[in-house]
Design a protein around this ligand. Structure first.
Ligand code: SF4
Length: 432
């Protein structure tokens, strides 16, 4: 059967749905003209489905008041998805799933979308397209910049546009985000009470952090969707906290230090652009006075120091360079930048640390080591790029904001429903 790229893409989504029952495939299917569901009904159900529950659940509960032929088409679509899912669960082969999709959605008759066939509504007459409006430049409305805004821009300019210019969608807090907030709060309490970890016994650090984790999670309890979610995340934090306490005790034994502050406000004027942020933790070595900037990470981070350094060199991450320059401007001798992973309760805490040196080592450029070096010249280049980006975003010359080329950046993006030009997921590229 010869099929258009759109039909092949639809079949690919149907096969993916059969195999995984992932919601994103169901949404993609209903929004296709091949679904047999009227466009506006499909769009409305896609939004309702994404807000809670599943698409099929929303249809079964008739969460939107839709009647007549459109309702019939909707139920017919849901039944087809159920049949496809059953075929996938039954271990149907790729060819069998293709054939089932073609039969259910009447693709064998050609590539014409089936809306009109199943709904009985005549296809609309196409009008001549209107001439596109001339673009006019936009500029950021914010008086301050942040490293995370620049990171977003570096990752995907379109995402930055949606988030910082349009405020297009409220980014609902996720359990993972609440976990991070609560864990940060617990660590802040611990270090406020014990600024010299070397003064405390390891068991004492463990016991106190355990108490602070409990208190912080209780404070943020309402941020978790359910009591089970709350309990699971609290226990995960408890296990991670023990590893953190052990790591902290080991570091304090090795080289005693003072925690100068947590959630420390960092401000920096970069050639007239005002930057603001908060440093998770700032340590000062008791013997040398050298300062380490620490960023807690409760999500994914670079796997090695060289990988993180590459991200800085490629202008994909400005967080630690910003903190470096902010604290250097405040008079500190910053000699180390570290990311502390707090995501995986099964692993020991193993920070990704970069020592700031006049000339960075070229050895082990692809090393998997957790420690490495970064030169002041590299941090200066990051600073220069930050100024350049601020200039671009403030100029008012930008008339469009391109999408990322990395499909991975779209995986958890809240703007996927609005973003028509996003790159195809890697595994489905053949279908477009
Ligand atoms: S969906 Fe992808 S391309 Fe679109 S804004 Fe989000 S990250 Fe950028």
């Amino acid at each position: 059967m010869s099929q258009s790229p759109e039909a092949r893409s639809f079949v690919a989504a149907a096969v993916a749905w059969s195999r995984t029952a992932e919601e994103r495939h169901a949404i993609r299917l209903i929004r296709s003209p091949f679904s047999g569901v009227a466009h506006e009904v499909a769009a409305a159900y896609a939004v309702v489905g994404q807000r809670g529950g599943t698409l099929l659940d929303s249809i079964a509960r008739t969460r939107l008041a839709i009647g007549g032929e459109q309702r019939d088409a909707l139920f017919a679509f849901a039944a087809k998805l159920e049949e496809l899912r059953a075929a996938g669960e039954g271990g149907a082969s790729e060819e069998a799933l293709h054939a089932t999709t073609a039969r259910l959605f009447d693709l064998a008759a050609g590539d014409a979308p089936s809306n009109s066939r199943t709904s009985g509504v005549a296809p609309p007459a196409l009008a001549e397209p209107v001439a596109p409006e001339a673009g006019s430049g936009v500029r950021t409305r914010h008086a301050h910049f942040s490293a995370s805004a620049l990171n977003t821009y570096a990752e995907c300019a379109r995402k930055w546009y949606y988030r910082y210019l349009c405020a297009a969608v409220e980014d609902k807090s996720s359990p993972a985000a609440v976990y991070g907030t609560a864990f940060h709060a617990a660590l802040e309490s611990l270090h406020a009470e014990i600024p010299h970890p070397s003064d405390a016994a390891p068991e004492d650090l463990r016991r106190r952090l355990e108490g602070y984790v409990n208190a912080a999670f209780e404070r943020y309890r309402n941020g978790f969707g359910t009591a089970v979610e709350y309990e699971l995340q609290r226990r995960r934090a408890q296990r991670t906290a023990l590893r953190y306490a052990d790591w902290l005790a080991g570091e304090a034994r090795r080289a005693p230090f003072t925690v100068v502050g947590c959630e420390l406000s960092a401000r920096l004027d970069l050639e007239g652009y005002d930057f603001i942020g908060y440093i998770d933790r700032l340590d000062r070595d008791d013997r040398t006075g050298n300062v380490t900037v620490i960023d807690y990470k409760t999500g994914a981070i670079a796997a090695s120091a060289s990988e993180y350094r590459d991200k800085v060199r490629q202008f994909k991450d400005f967080q630690l360079p910003f903190y470096y320059w902010a604290r250097t401007a405040a008079g500190d001798r910053v000699t180390k930048l570290a990311l502390v992973p707090l995501k995986n309760a099964q692993l020991d805490v193993r920070p990704i640390a970069l020592e700031v040196v006049p000339v960075a080592s070229q050895n082990g450029a692809r090393s998997s080591a957790a420690t490495g070096t970064i030169s002041i010249a590299e941090l200066e280049r990051a600073r220069a790029r930050m100024v350049e980006i601020c200039r671009e975003l403030s100029s008012g010359d930008a008339t469009s904001f391109g999408v990322t080329e990395d499909p991975g950046a779209c995986t958890y993006c809240v703007y996927t429903a609005a973003c028509a030009n996003r790159p195809a997921p890697a595994e489905e590229k053949f279908g477009r």
